[in-house]
Design a protein around this ligand. Structure first.
Ligand code: SF4
Length: 467
């Protein structure tokens, strides 16, 4: 059977205002995971429109399309095209789960929630010529997932081909997050078995890994065993955590000893009223600065994430946030305009209050205002958002943030990482055009590995490292 798997480009990825490198970081792991359930003699063509021109002249038997909010209209157009050609088309993903009735007219079958049990069931039904229209996932279990079909991914086109996910969901319940909607009707946080996760890591070539888990430190026992197992594997990795998990126990030391060198943290806001509004209870009353100091002592760089436009925000929120982030020595920051995704509690609350301005999903890209604001106007919010990016990544602020670190190697590492990421756009674009983005990986690895401090709990390797 000929199977085509497609990740259509997000609307913003095609915009001249967005950075192409942001969309060439990670391969489509979700589709490659589903591909593992197909038969060995199925011919699978996996295409990621972020890194290649989509070929729609082919004639597959089955088409599987992953739908996010800002690629939804594009996904529907591709689905319609293939259905007109006689292919059987399936749609799944976050947006389909949020709005199944919107997706259904464009598909033969749709999938809501994660696909680990429904996709193999669908394949059996399809081969028996009896597929259902709707597959709803309720069984949440990663016990028997087969190894991801990484052979379908062209590693050279991604900066971080070794992305990996060892859990699903997260233990928290922020109102603006898709997570609860996606995992409705079952467990909203579960992990792989540690030995399976370690085996998947072992299959990945090279040194660098990027864990795309929503919260890598979310399950203490799992994370502790994972990090224990990773010691001695000589890996450098990046991942995401909450402030709370960094402050709790000594898990973060174990992560550092296993090779964690940079962490994404959702600080979101410096206002406790905003945290309450978002139901981000895990951040309430937490000492952000203590968490930052702990990470910096361990040599772990920080990518802070912030949301603008919550109801307690005023006109000064942008400068206040940037000033704080620079003063704390955050290496990189990601800013977002609050976006009420359909299916979330935030969307429902705003809809009840008549605050949703429109349903043009193409504009739900976290850089445009799609709801009626309260503390500041839409224009002030959009201007402030752009200003925050400009200010945070000005050379003077990159230098000032670098200078917050205690040691010279940490200052230089910060400067090289932040400057390299944000200030060399022509070089990134050249590497993407020449399809050699992956050649930049050794540079990323060497920046991440500059840190030679002996971390607490780290044991000397059994053999001397060979550079
Ligand atoms: S902590 Fe992050 S992943 Fe978890 S619910 Fe909140 S926003 Fe979503």
């Amino acid at each position: 059977m000929k199977i085509k798997m497609i990740l259509p480009a997000l609307m913003e990825a095609k915009s001249p205002y967005w950075r192409p490198v942001k969309y060439s970081l990670f391969p489509p792991l979700g589709l490659a995971t589903l591909a593992a359930y197909c038969a060995p003699d199925d011919e699978i063509d996996l295409q990621d429109e972020h890194v290649e021109e989509l070929d729609t002249e082919d004639n597959p038997d089955l088409v599987i399309i992953q739908v996010y909010i800002t690629n939804a209209f594009r996904a529907y157009a591709i689905a319609d095209h293939y259905r007109n050609k006689g292919a059987y088309v399936c749609l799944g993903g976050l947006h389909v789960t949020a709005l199944p009735e919107e997706a259904l007219p464009h598909a033969d079958s749709i999938f809501t929630g994660p696909g680990e049990d429904t996709f193999p069931q669908f394949l059996r039904d399809f081969r028996n010529k009896n597929p259902r229209r709707i597959y709803i996932n309720t069984k949440r279990d990663l016990e028997n997932i087969p190894p991801v079909r990484r052979d379908l991914i062209n590693r050279r086109q991604y900066l971080v081909p070794n992305s990996i996910v060892v859990s699903r969901g997260c233990p928290h319940h922020c109102d603006f997050c898709y997570k609860d909607a996606f995992f409705q009707g079952g467990k909203t946080f579960y992990t792989q078995r540690v030995d399976q996760a370690l085996a998947e890591i072992d299959r990945l070539p090279g040194k660098h890994l990027y864990f795309l888990d929503d919260h890598l430190l979310g399950h203490q026992q799992f994370a502790a065993s994972l990090f224990e197992g990773m010691k001695g594997m000589n890996r450098l990795f990046q991942g995401a955590s909450t402030v709370e998990a960094i402050l709790r126990g000594n898990l973060i030391e174990k992560a550092a000893a296993a090779g964690l060198r940079s962490v994404f943290i959702g600080f979101e806001t410096l206002s406790s009223k905003n945290l309450l509004q978002s139901n981000k209870k895990q951040n309430l009353g937490k000492d952000y600065e203590a968490a930052i100091r702990r990470l910096q002592e361990l040599g772990i760089m920080i990518n802070g994430s912030f949301v603008f436009g919550l109801d307690d925000d005023d006109k000064d929120v942008f400068s206040r946030t940037v000033d704080w982030a620079v003063g704390q020595g955050l290496t990189t920051s990601t800013f977002h305009i609050l976006t009420p995704y359909p299916g979330t509690r935030l969307f429902d609350a705003m809809e009840k209050e008549g605050r949703i301005l429109h349903r043009n999903w193409n504009q739900y890209d976290t850089r445009q205002v799609v709801y009626k604001t309260k503390g500041l106007t839409a224009a002030e919010l959009e201007d402030g958002y752009h200003r925050a990016y400009r200010d945070f990544y000005s050379w003077s602020n990159i230098a000032r943030a670098s200078w917050q670190h205690a040691s010279l190697p940490d200052k230089l590492k910060h400067f090289a990482y932040a400057g390299g990421w944000k200030k060399f756009e022509p070089l990134w674009n050249f590497m993407i055009k020449t399809r050699g983005l992956n050649r930049m990986l050794p540079l990323l690895e060497s920046i991440l590995s500059t840190d030679k401090r002996n971390r607490k709990g780290e044991q000397a390797p059994p053999f001397p490292a060979i550079a």
